[in-house]
Design a binder for this molecule. Structure first.
Ligand code: ADP
Length: 627
């Protein structure tokens, strides 16, 4: 057999030159093993080379001038405390007793110098290297996994354990050599020992405090297959990290749940607020149309605009919740961009009112007339930024400029809104996109909830766009926005004029709503749109179906949540009966999310209108259906 290609380093610590020469001779050209030998003649010198150099195996003579017998092994270890040593001892005079003691003290093998030959030496070195390698690997594995193994003999009361057990229990191995004493003095060892001797289960979790004051969670396990054997064994595992991770995961779950509950709560409250807002806004709108003196007119106007502000806040909160829940639906609709930009300019001018501000508004001629984008969201973004610019500036020019930017794969609508107002500090710029954040200290004069920009940036993100801000305190701010668009290929839809004349509309309408004020608002609004409309009323879905058996309606305006039979069930019944094919059913909802969830489409509704009604929307709806 050829020796393997690996060359092993061997340290021989031997004071007798003749013995050293014999070892050298047996290792030279050994047919089992290739070695590189370093020879030292005292334990001290041997330890010194060990500190500088790593050896695969040490051949240690047990009668040296500076060390004698078994203590040589522990002395060598104490001189090189950070290195595990692979030791084979050399004994003389067929001293097998000494050899076995050396094994118990941790040597891998013992060799009788009197009986040595090349084969015995080669084989012993190879076995020792292999065995030591496996033990080191096991040790390293235990260290990485933080698992220690132990063994206990019930009859001899002998306890053996891997080094990791002592590390995990935070005790010194030497202190446990006398078990009775160790159990008395070492609390952590006593816990383990109590489990081993009195165990009622195979597994047990316990907690110890280490000498540096940390808490450690340990899992002790005994092999159940050996329960009735004299010798049992098992492991101890450090599960602190695992428990901490599980705890973190649990906490993350709980906080996720809490955030969800909070968002749902806000959404529910806001939703509940929309129903009475419908009443307030609807009724003030109707009241404005009655004969009032100037003072009454002003008071009603005040109520109406306060109501609209409140509705704006409620809508903002709903939008924010939608953004946070990722429920914001972005529509792709073909729009006439120039028309929209013109409308927006008018709205911005109206917002400026009589503030001392100039508006510089420009639309690059490179932007196509028609683009595909979510119109409402675009308006929302721009009005928010322009609104802030107007709010936070007392003089100067507000500049809004739209342009188009094309890359090889994508077209973007870009615009900026620039003001010469109060500006912001650099360090505040990334805070302003967080909800309910207002950054300037002296914002007393400026109304706001701190929601606008977080919603705006959420909408922009949902549209796959980008927003950036530059600002200098006292000089002004510029917000840049980039939104992906496409160029539509379909024909432009007929635009409904905002000055719709609906006074001649005729038809029979069934209004279904359980809420008396909502019913009043809807009925009076319909009457105001056209006095020629015939309106019947039902307070739930079941009543509506009864009325439909008796009369022919062009339109049913159906509330969704009602007692007895809700709007969904009633509409499913209407749509599954062919005799009502000609009747259009439009859902009325205060739930701003319903429109996005699209389940109204699956139910078969022909359209949806959100409460509080926008008068213009209602007019358009009636014009389209009753034409
Ligand atoms: P709100 O305007 O309701 O306070 P926003 O979310 O729209 O809430 O804005 C958050 C904060 O960012 C404002 O309170 C203000 O401190 C700051 N901010 C936004 N726009 C401007 C601007 N154009 N100039 C100066 N500060 C601004």
């Amino acid at each position: 057999m050829n020796p393997s290609q690996t060359e092993y380093s061997v340290l021989l610590i031997e004071d007798n030159p003749a013995d050293a020469r014999i070892v050298q001779a047996y290792l030279h050209n050994n047919k089992y093993i290739r070695t590189h030998l370093v020879h030292m003649n005292t334990l001290t010198k041997g330890s010194q080379v060990l500190n500088d150099q790593k050896f695969d195996v040490i051949l240690l003579d047990l009668s040296l001038p500076d060390a004698f017998g078994i203590p040589s092994i522990s002395k060598l270890r104490s001189l090189t405390p950070h290195k595990a040593q692979n030791i084979i001892v050399l004994t003389g005079n067929q001293d097998a007793d000494l050899g076995y003691s050396a094994l118990r003290a941790g040597a891998q093998d013992f060799l009788d110098k009197g009986n040595l030959n090349a084969d015995i030496l080669g084989k012993s070195l190879l076995f020792a290297i292999e065995r030591f390698g496996i033990l080191s690997l096991l040790d390293e594995t235990q260290r990485q996994a933080r698992i220690g193994s132990w063994k206990f003999n019930k009859s001899t009361q002998e306890f053996t354990a891997s080094d990791m057990i002592y590390e995990l229990l935070d005790i010194n191995k030497a202190d446990t050599l006398n078990i009775t004493q160790a159990v008395k003095q070492q609390e952590n060892f006593a816990l383990l020992f109590d489990f081993i001797q009195n165990k009622s289960a195979n597994e047990y979790n316990y907690q110890i405090t280490t000498s540096d004051g940390n808490t450690r969670h340990l899992l002790i396990w005994a092999d159940p297959a050996l329960a009735n054997h004299l010798e049992i064994n098992g492991i101890v595992q450090d599960i602190t990290d695992r428990l901490q991770k599980e705890e973190l995961l649990r906490e993350a779950e709980v906080s996720k749940e809490l955030v969800k509950m909070k968002e749902q709560f806000i959404a529910n409250v806001s939703h509940e607020m929309r129903t009475p807002m419908n009443g307030i806004l609807g009724l003030t709108h109707l009241l404005k149309e009655t004969s009032l003196d100037t003072e009454q007119q002003q008071l009603i106007q005040g109520i109406h605009s306060s109501g609209e502000i409140l509705l704006g806040v409620v809508n903002d909160v709903l939008d924010l919740t939608a953004v946070q829940q990722g429920k914001l639906n972005i529509k792709a609709e073909a729009i006439n961009f120039r028309e929209i930009a013109k409308d927006l300019e008018q709205l911005a001018l109206a917002k400026i009112g009589n503030k001392n501000l100039k508006l510089k508004w420009s639309v690059s001629h490179e932007i196509p007339d028609r683009i595909t984008i979510d119109k409402l969201r675009l308006q929302q973004i721009l009005l928010n930024l322009a609104g802030n610019a107007i709010k936070f500036a007392e003089q100067g020019t507000i500049e809004v400029k739209f342009s188009v930017h094309k890359t090889s794969t994508q077209t973007f609508l870009e615009f900026y809104v620039k003001d010469e107002g109060i500006g912001m500090k650099k360090q505040d710029l990334n805070k302003i996109f967080e909800p309910f954040t207002r950054v300037a200290k002296d914002l007393g004069n400026y109304e706001g909830s701190g929601l606008g920009l977080s919603i705006t940036s959420g909408i922009i993100k949902s549209m796959n766009g980008e927003i950036q801000v530059n600002s200098t305190i006292g000089k002004g701010s510029t917000f840049h926005v980039k939104l992906p668009i496409s160029i539509p290929i379909t024909e432009e839809k007929k635009h409904v004029e905002s000055t719709l004349d609906t006074s001649k509309l005729t038809g029979r309408i069934l209004l279904v709503d359980d809420h008396p004020i909502n019913r009043m608002v809807a009925e009076k609004s319909l009457n105001q749109i056209s006095s020629r409309l015939e309106i019947d009323i039902a307070t739930d879905g079941a009543q509506a179906l009864k009325l439909m058996e008796l009369n022919i309606y062009q339109l049913v305006l159906m509330d969704l949540q009602m007692p007895v039979m809700d709007g969904y069930e009633a509409t499913l019944k209407i749509k599954s009966n062919s005799k009502w094919n000609a009747t259009k059913v439009v859902a009325m909802t205060a739930n701003a999310f319903a429109e996005k969830e699209e389940n109204w489409k699956q139910t078969g509704f022909d359209g949806i209108i959100t409460k509080p009604f926008n008068f213009q929307d209602l007019k358009i709806l009636l014009t389209n259906i009753l034409k």
